[in-house]
Design a protein around this ligand. Structure first.
Ligand code: FAD
Ligand code: NAP
Length: 545
């Protein structure tokens, strides 16, 4: 029997990914708070629990894409590859859960289905899919930014006779593609990784592509012992350099402008970054490619040229070479063997831009012109309701019955991407309008959790326990994030989850802070130094006295 009596805690944490695990560790083990965590998943891992599709791997080197909060942890953990695959990152997070005994604070297979603030006693009440209710003064959302897969928007998908699989919610059992006719929709980072691997074993693979992507080589290789030793010896400096970099990785060779150098020098830089892999071409080549269309054109045409070199069939190469939107305005995917997959006789590419998918039928997919493609298996790599989706799915109601869904009807409104006016004591780790997904996420998460804990310390030291943004501070932050986005080429992308326009009906507003992690951290430091400028701090007892 499930007890309907609410249990009371100091803090509720949602999610057991990088964010929730670290939040529970800090609040429970360092601040001795009574904390309860929930995850809809069966275990820890977050992204790396759900996204088990073939080829899933990180695209920021794991020496950087990992926790920095405990030097012993970063010294003892050994990554086998520069860019490890999903299973290894999941093992790492399982190790973290074991090492700090975190699972005992979580209820798994339990979704938070509503969160309601009570003005009379300044407490949040969470209700869960298990039918339980829990009260706490503070809620820390580690619900993720890319944790709600986009709803399939194809009529008839439920009538498909074969298996429908989603990259963002991949089954735990082994999936065989041998001898099967596999269709895949979507060529974002997930689709590109999955296509590269599935092509190797599928009987036949048909890629249904709407917008071709600017994928560039990841440059993965097995860990080199000398490199690992040098990095571990210098980890503190590496982390400092990462935190002072726009993307949260210690790249340091960016030149100011692609237009200020000769074509030969530009080509030399592009070749160098292409060959070395990672996000170097995007972030560590020329500083103006995300801001100046002419600069962007130089790198976009370079990538198109490299794609054409790799794809043997000129018709396929033309379809794969992206035109009409700037490089980097959709998150750039990194790949291994992606373009070579199209040289295999078992791989077909179908353009569904001019001739869109009309419906899924019991036997496959029908396009607008009536063409049918028959499949045994259909894979949806169609992305996520990013950043706001996981928060809105929690049915959050704040002060005076204000629903977050109404507050955000025209797009997210936050202060520092961490809190929203009217929603006291609700901390959104890597929330909308923070650097989040434009930053190396484990570091972004640590920064936000550390900011949250410092704010709780500040309250406690003053006998206070309620913090919330002032509406004017929130409005200024929203205006600032929009202004930053307008100065870039991001709004030029026809569909990009950065702008929310990958989801029909979702308001088009930039979901990330584009000023870079160092500027963001400086702003947070200023806010703290000015006594939490832009926040109202109060006492729950005074609220209802
Ligand atoms: P998540 O890992 O998304 O965890 C959120 C958890 O909250 C999930 O387990 C979910 O089940 C749970 N949850 C959500 N809502 C509820 C609810 N209402 N009730 C209960 N539980 C709930 N970032 C990078 O920086 N570099 C990369 O290379 C990179 N690769 C990625 C690859 C993939 C395939 C994807 C999808 C994302 C990738 N990301 C990458 C972004 C990635 O999401 C973050 O790096 C990081 O894992 C986020 O951690 P998190 O704890 O904030 O959220
Ligand atoms: P995504 O980048 O949003 O890509 C979704 C793909 O599905 C796009 O090609 C999109 O086409 C297509 N699509 C959506 N609806 C469609 C429709 N109705 N008809 C035809 N095509 C449709 O999603 P994602 O690939 O899952 O990646 C999301 C993010 O997760 C990434 O940007 C990245 O941040 C993270 N990620 C990282 C890695 C990694 O390498 N570490 C791997 C996977 C994911 P359009 O472009 O035309 O809309």
């Amino acid at each position: 029997m499930v007890s309907t009596e609410p249990t009371t805690h100091d803090a509720i944490v949602v999610g057991a990914g990088f964010a929730g695990l670290y939040a529970v560790h800090v609040l429970r083990d360092r601040r001795h708070m009574q904390v309860i965590g929930f995850d809809a998943a069966g275990d820890v891992g977050g992204t790396w629990y759900w996204n088990r599709y073939p080829g899933a791997r990180v695209d920021i080197e794991s020496v950087h894409y990992s926790y920095s909060f405990d030097d012993e942890l970063q010294q003892e953990w050994h990554w086998t590859e520069r860019f490890p695959a999903q299973a290894e990152i999941l093992s790492y997070l399982e190790h973290v859960a074991d090492r700090y005994d975190l699972r005992r604070s979580f209820r798994f297979n339990t979704r938070v289905v509503s969160l309601t603030w009570d003005d009379t006693d300044a407490m949040w009440t969470a209700t869960t899919s298990a039918g339980t209710t829990h009260r706490a003064r503070f809620v820390i959302s580690g619900a993720g930014t890319l944790s709600v897969p986009k709803e399939p928007e194809f009529p008839g998908v439920e009538d498909f006779a074969g298996e429908v699989l989603m990259t963002g919610n991949w089954p735990h059992h082994e999936v065989s593609f041998e001898g099967k006719r596999v269709g895949i929709i979507g060529v974002g980072s997930s689709g590109i990784q999955a296509i590269s691997e599935i092509a190797k074993t599928a009987g036949h693979l048909t890629v249904l592509q709407r917008t071709p992507n600017y994928a560039t080589p990841i440059g993965n290789y097995p860990t080199r012992p000398d490199e690992e030793a040098a990095e571990k010896a210098d980890y503190r400096a590496i982390r400092d350099a990462s935190r002072n970099h726009f993307l949260g990785v210690p790249y340091s060779e960016v030149q100011p402008s692609a237009l200020a150098v000769s074509p030969e020098e530009r080509r030399r830089v592009f070749d160098d970054r292409w060959n070395r892999g990672g996000f170097r071409l995007f972030i560590d080549s020329f500083g103006d490619i995300l801001f100046d269309k002419a600069a962007n054109d130089t790198v976009a045409s370079y990538i198109r040229e490299r794609i054409r070199e790799r794809v043997h069939d000129p018709a396929k190469a033309e379809l794969l070479a992206p035109e009409g939107y700037p490089y980097g305005t959709k998150r750039p995917p990194l790949e291994t063997d992606y373009y070579e997959a199209y040289n295999r006789p078992n791989v077909d590419l179908v353009d569904v831009k001019g001739n869109p998918i009309a419906a899924v039928t019991p036997t496959g997919v029908r396009l607008a012109d009536g063409t049918e493609h028959d499949f045994d298996m259909l894979i949806l790599a169609t992305g996520f309701d990013a950043c706001t989706g996981p928060l809105l799915a929690m049915n959050i109601t704040g002060r005076g019955g204000l629903r977050l869904a109404d507050h955000w009807a025209d797009g997210p409104q936050t202060y520092l991407g961490l809190m929203a006016a009217g929603f006291p004591n609700l901390f959104m780790i890597t929330g909308p309008q923070s650097p989040s997904v434009l930053y190396n996420m484990p570091l972004a998460i640590e920064d936000h959790v550390d900011f949250t804990v410092a704010a709780l310390d500040h309250l406690r030291e003053r006998g206070l326990d309620v913090i919330e943004p002032e509406p004017s501070a929130e409005a200024a932050w929203v205006a600032h994030t929009n202004e930053l986005a307008e100065a870039t080429l991001l709004p030029d992308s026809p569909t990009s989850w950065y702008m929310g326009n990958n989801i029909p009906g979702k308001p088009r507003r930039v979901l990330v802070y584009l000023g870079g992690a160092p500027a963001y951290r400086a702003k947070c430091d200023e806010v703290v130094a000015a006594g939490y400028e832009g926040f109202t701090l109060s006492s729950a007892s005074r609220v209802f006295a």
